[in-house]
Design a protein around this ligand. Structure first.
Ligand SMILES: Cc1cc2nc3c(=O)[nH]c(=O)nc-3n(C[C@H](O)[C@H](O)[C@H](O)COP(=O)(O)O)c2cc1C
Length: 194
């Protein structure tokens, strides 16, 4: 297992992973990931988020059927049955209690994906999802709304960040490596004013 020397290394090396080994992640590790989400910053400390961990094979398959993958990859693509996520963390928001809930989701999700990366677990945040269907499949009570899904599993693909020229579209090369354009530091950084 590759050691991540620091939180910074985990932040820099994390990429969205959409192909997974069919090897389970222990419930203990998944609980640690939710714990990382639970302790994230929260606007006015209202903490409107809850999380459903999904590991049951049948439920995983039902959740999988609601997900939209890698919109820039053409022809349209989704993970093969031999490389689907082995677990999900579904992020729920208590309805109407916090005007900052979207920021809370962002902080909690980032905590989760960085904690996962530090354990060498691959992840992908998904918002192109059928929320109503997930709500039904997981029997989420009204009053809580499905916001997003974090797909998880040990990595079965490589993804690299590279300096962006003119397109934001990620692409796969002939070896199956995903290339993710990122705006250059000098294009987004302004020191002491613009
Ligand atoms: C709010 C949000 C929604 C996303 N929704 C999806 C999605 O529905 N399907 C998917 O395959 N990836 C999704 N992603 C992953 C992005 O495509 C990915 O973060 C982006 O291409 C940058 O790649 P990176 O995460 O490897 O840096 C989402 C990411 C974010 C932050």
């Amino acid at each position: 297992m590759e050691e991540k020397n620091s939180t910074y290394d985990a932040i820099i090396s994390r990429r969205s992973i959409r192909r997974f080994q069919q090897k389970p992640i222990s419930l203990d590790m998944l609980k640690k990931l939710v714990n990382a989400g639970r302790l994230a910053p929260s606007g006015a400390n209202i903490q409107p988020l809850e999380f459903v961990v999904v590991t049951d094979e049948e439920l995983c398959s039902k959740v999988f059927d609601t997900l939209g993958w890698a919109g820039y990859i053409k022809p349209s693509w989704s993970p093969a049955s031999s490389e689907t996520p082995v677990a999900y963390i579904v992020v729920l928001v208590r309805d109407g209690v916090s005007r900052w809930f979207e920021r809370d989701v962002g902080f909690a999700s980032e905590n989760i994906v960085i904690a996962a990366e530090s354990m060498d677990i691959g992840s992908c945040v998904l918002c192109k999802i059928d929320k109503d269907r997930i709500q039904e499949v997981l029997q989420v009570p009204s009053g809580l709304k499905v916001d997003s899904v974090i797909a998880l599993g040990y990595k079965a693909e490589k993804s690299v960040a590279e300096d962006m020229d003119d397109s934001v579209k990620y692409w796969r090369d002939e070896d199956g490596v995903l290339h993710v354009p990122k705006r250059k530091l000098e294009d987004v950084l302004h020191v002491n004013g613009f």
